[in-house]
Ligand binder design. Structure first.
Ligand code: CA
Length: 511
């Protein structure tokens, strides 16, 4: 129980804001008076907004110094600014966006940080040593899972340096318009997933034989040999037993190679960190995401690659991102990806407002604009050095916008395809999320979540809200933990072996 006399506390993000959020666990009662003299006229739950001034109907509601909406009715000072009182503004247009202006500050390099990673022949560095069995079509998924059980039981104990064997199974590969423009996304995602640095360059693909996505299409030309592929319909294979034996044999050859991998000291610049949030609340943008943004800046200063994603959660902050692009080409690429996504959503008769969940709203987030302002903070302050279309492999160091849907599983899958080797996930409402192919560090926005889920959450950023830690403190904690986890330290999700399925993003038609 918190002390009965816990001091009432609200958090205002910007001096221009006319709303703030209630920080106290359990919320605050009517009549509560803050040090500044503000008096609550009604009960306000934790994380929800209080009006710091009278707000007239149609007047701007400002948080993070940005317009998160307009008042749908007059709002009295000290009252609860509920979702129904916040009318959502239109998304910023793409014309007249601010030009790159060097706003992303180039900070001094951060030297001397390293981790113990697995160097690969292509120059990439893995954080785990995993055999991936790629598949070209859903038809083979059950068979691959059957073989996987045997591989884990019969082979894995013989190769102690290998962490795991994972099946890259999915619902794609046949019954799809393989030549439609949208098909490029799932196909390059599967190609690039097989090349994730945690898989050590050892490729094997299991296909059926008659599928539209022929297995040889799964890797770029020259990167695949015929003996990397097995097709279940191969006429040389008789019966299910021989088919499974063949998969097990292929896995055995590759496990022998992977078992020779050893961790070596690698500079922090070899890291590829993917960031996302899920189950956000009003504290996401106050505690966990700013701390992760601070860690992202440290990583960029150390020369690493850091990706932020989730188009619908940055769409409303596009005007804050284009000035941070390193050049006009990168600014244009940001707009290209957001514009593509606007049209993708419009095709489904939806828009970005479809993003916010009931949990987001219960957590105090009125709309996607407010969610976006809190989400984009995790990109820190570094210049934006590059933009990736969904599933593209990362090419540059520094802060990268990797365009993905905000869906946790789809975002994680696409970031893995881009080459992510450590994932950092901030959560307010809580999620047990984990991935088989890369470690996931989970950061809670509130301390009571960490207390309840002490064996699921890796870092508590809630102490920032109560003033017990600073954004910098937690940012450094996340940065150091990333290096430890990259070196082999287990996350809670790994401890429990929690893995969510990969989920391909397929904007193309299914036939
Ligand atoms: Ca997400």
């Amino acid at each position: 129980m918190p002390p009965a006399a816990a001091k009432p506390l609200y958090i205002r993000m910007n001096a221009a804001d006319n709303v703030a959020i209630v920080a106290n666990s359990g919320g605050l009662r009517p009549g509560t008076e803050f040090d500044c003299g503000l008096r609550l006229v009604e009960q306000i739950p934790q994380g929800h907004k209080v009006a710091l001034a009278d707000i007239a109907e149609d007047e701007i509601i400002r948080r993070y110094g940005e317009i998160i909406g307009h008042a749908a009715a007059p709002i009295v000072r000290g009252s609860w600014v509920k979702e129904s009182l916040v009318r959502m503004p239109d998304a910023p247009g793409f014309d007249n966006l601010p030009k790159p202006n060097g706003e992303g500050l180039r900070q001094p390099p951060l030297e001397g940080y390293s981790f113990e990673g697995y160097r690969n022949a292509d120059g990439s560095v893995g954080t785990r040593n995993i055999l991936a069995i790629s598949t070209s079509v859903q038809c083979v998924a059950g068979t691959v899972d059957f073989a996987l059980t045997r591989i884990r039981k019969e082979l894995l104990p013989k190769y102690p340096s290998v962490d795991d064997v994972v099946a890259v199974t999915h619902a794609y590969g046949c019954g799809v318009a393989i030549n439609a423009p949208g098909a490029a996304v799932p196909i390059r995602t599967l190609q690039n997933l097989a090349r994730n640095p945690n898989f050590g360059g050892e490729v094997m693909i299991v296909g059926l034989g008659c599928e539209k996505l022929q297995p040889e299409l799964l890797l770029p030309e020259g990167m695949i040999a015929d003996d990397d592929i097995m097709r279940m319909q191969d006429e040389n294979l008789t019966g299910f037993g021989e088919i499974v034996d063949d998969i097990v044999r292929m896995a055995d050859e590759r496990l022998q190679v992977l078992n020779r991998r050893r961790r070596e000291t690698c500079p922090a610049s070899a890291l590829v960190v993917g960031m996302q949030c899920g189950g956000s609340d009003a504290f996401s943008g106050v505690t966990a995401n700013p701390a992760l943004g601070f860690a992202a800046d440290l990583l960029v200063r150390a020369g690493a690659t850091v990706m932020f994603s989730e188009v619908t959660e940055v769409r409303d902050a596009i005007h804050l991102l284009t000035p941070r692009a390193i050049n006009q080409e990168v600014a244009d690429a940001l707009v290209r990806e957001m514009d593509w996504y606007d049209r993708y959503l419009a095709g489904g008769e939806a828009d970005r407002s479809a993003n916010t969940t009931p949990g987001n709203k219960k957590g105090g987030l009125s709309n996607i604009v407010e969610k976006a302002m809190g989400s984009v903070i995790k990109s820190g302050t570094s210049p934006i050095a590059g933009v990736l279309a969904p599933g593209e492999r990362v090419r540059d160091k520094g802060l990268i916008f990797a365009a993905t849907p905000a869906s946790d599983f789809v975002c994680g899958t696409l970031q893995l395809a881009s080459g992510m080797t450590v994932h950092v996930f901030t959560t307010g409402r809580g999620t047990p999320y984990g991935l088989a192919a890369a470690p996931v560090i989970k950061v809670s926005t509130r301390s009571d979540l960490k207390q309840r889920w002490h064996d699921l959450i890796d870092v508590d950023a809630g102490s920032i809200a109560t003033g017990d830690a600073t954004i910098e403190d937690v940012g450094w904690e996340i940065f150091r933990l990333i290096l430890d986890v990259a070196s082999g330290r287990e996350t809670w999700a790994e401890h429990w072996n929690l893995t969510n399925s990969l989920a391909l993003f397929n904007p193309g038609p299914v036939t």
